[in-house]
Design a protein around this ligand. Structure first.
Ligand SMILES: CC(C)(COP(=O)(O)OP(=O)(O)OC[C@H]1O[C@@H](n2cnc3c(N)ncnc32)[C@H](O)[C@@H]1OP(=O)(O)O)[C@@H](O)C(=O)NCCC(=O)NCCS
Length: 380
């Protein structure tokens, strides 16, 4: 039997499997742009609502377009009738990412036409999921704390409304802005694993809910969005700044992965990490968490000394951990926060895929035996 030369690429590294107009990454220069605008500019000047409009429409809105997009999103803040009762019946021990994956999937059953894959319908569904996902996370977190859910407030922005529904009180402008910057920086990132997952699912002409559900399942892995929780666990295990170097060196000696470092595409510092580092420092100073920031910064210095030559630098998850902690979020809500924002990117990619779809169907290289005789069961 002749064997063709293998074209197998483990992990699909470097393979271009889709085209997008949403985000551009230059992993060598450490650049991320949404529709050509740098993530630094968007973090400084934009809002999450404006960023989502940008991603979904491939241009910035004028003020009346932004106003109407914002009201459309706010009109979707509320959960469908009877949905909060479902959330309140879930085990309080459930992990929020499992809960979120399940409840986003459940939203399909509250949609009169869940399988409508016209671009117009997909946009409406995307707005619904993005609009009400914060209410799902907030209602569940309150349920497990034995608290009644808080109705959304449509006078508030996406970020302020989430923090309000979670805590039962309106957040300060500083906290809202910090959270909004997190939402902006996590909204889209090329063909990352969960986005690829969403595009693969919709390429069968399944439905947007299935694509989002699968993407949430992908995101929660510790090598992807789950890394932000891993970072916080590591920070919690390091008693003081003085212990940080020995702790990290121990991990390196044991050949353990340091969460929040390394990236398939970036071989320079992830520009989102640079934005979040500045934010984390400010928030840590403002909330009495300077030690946490200093520990993170020390770890970054040690990693730079040990690993920069290998192109391993902090990624988006490294400083988002300190940021989320300072905003007052519980550890197991960190990855759901990533999901809330990334719904924007996933759905934008699904819409792009639907607009020019071809089924994803790669091949596997068979590496097993051939011509194996069938052995009857009694002879095995
Ligand atoms: C993100 C990640 C999965 C990308 O990995 P990848 O492109 O598949 O690269 P590989 O897993 O093949 O790793 C390449 C090398 O770098 C090392 N490496 C990569 N990330 C590392 C990390 N965070 N800590 C220690 N070593 C790391 C690997 O051990 C491997 O070393 P080797 O060549 O000596 O075996 C990887 O960097 C990682 O596991 N990071 C930690 C998890 C994380 O922060 N994920 C969030 C990404 S946004």
């Amino acid at each position: 039997m002749t064997t063709a030369p293998s074209s197998f690429v483990k992990g699909l590294e470097g393979i271009v499997a889709a085209q997008t107009e949403m985000s551009h990454i230059d992993g060598t220069a450490g650049i991320l742009e949404y529709v050509g605008i740098s993530i630094g500019d968007l973090s400084k000047h934009s809002t999450f609502e404006e960023t989502v409009f940008l991603l979904w429409n491939k241009r910035l809105p004028n003020s009346s377009e932004l106003g109407s997009f914002t009201s459309d999103l706010r009109a979707n803040y509320a959960l469908p009738e009877g949905f909060v009762e479902r959330i309140s019946s879930l085990p309080t021990s459930a992990e929020p990412m499992h809960m979120l994956r399940t409840m986003v999937s459940a939203l399909a059953m509250y949609d009169d036409n869940p399988n409508d894959n016209s671009v117009e319908a997909a946009r409406a569904k995307a707005l619904k999921i993005l609009g009400c996902a914060p209410a799902i996370v907030a209602a569940f977190d309150r349920h497990r704390r034995g608290l009644a859910p808080v109705e959304p407030d449509t006078s508030l922005s996406f970020s302020a409304n989430f923090l309000y529904m979670l805590n039962g009180e309106k957040p300060t402008d500083a906290m809202t802005r910090a959270f909004d910057i997190c939402m902006i920086t996590h909204a889209d990132h090329g063909l990352n694993n969960s986005t690829f997952t969403a595009r693969v699912v919709i390429s069968t002409l399944s439905d947007l809910y299935s694509a989002m559900t699968a993407a949430i399942g992908s995101l929660r892995g510790p090598l992807h969005g789950g890394a932000n929780e891993g970072v916080m666990k590591m920070l919690n295990q390091i008693p003081t700044i003085d212990d940080a170097e020995a702790y990290v060196m121990g991990m390196i000696e044991r050949k353990e992965r340091i969460m929040g470092f390394g990236h398939r595409v970036y071989k320079a510092k992830d520009p989102r990490a640079a934005e979040l580092m500045t934010l984390a420092k400010q928030l840590a100073d403002d909330t009495g968490n300077s030690d946490l920031y200093e520990k993170s910064h020390k770890i970054e210095q040690v990693m730079e000394r040990e690993y920069a030559a290998k192109g391993i630098y902090p990624n988006v998850d490294f400083y988002s951990a300190t940021t989320y902690h300072c905003i007052g979020l519980k550890l197991d809500l960190f990855t759901p926060m990533f999901a809330l924002s990334r719904i924007a990117g996933w759905s934008g990619h699904v819409i792009e895929q639907l607009a020019d779809n071809r089924l994803f169907r790669p091949k596997a290289e068979y590496v097993g035996d051939h011509d194996v005789p069938y052995t009857p069961i009694n002879d095995r």
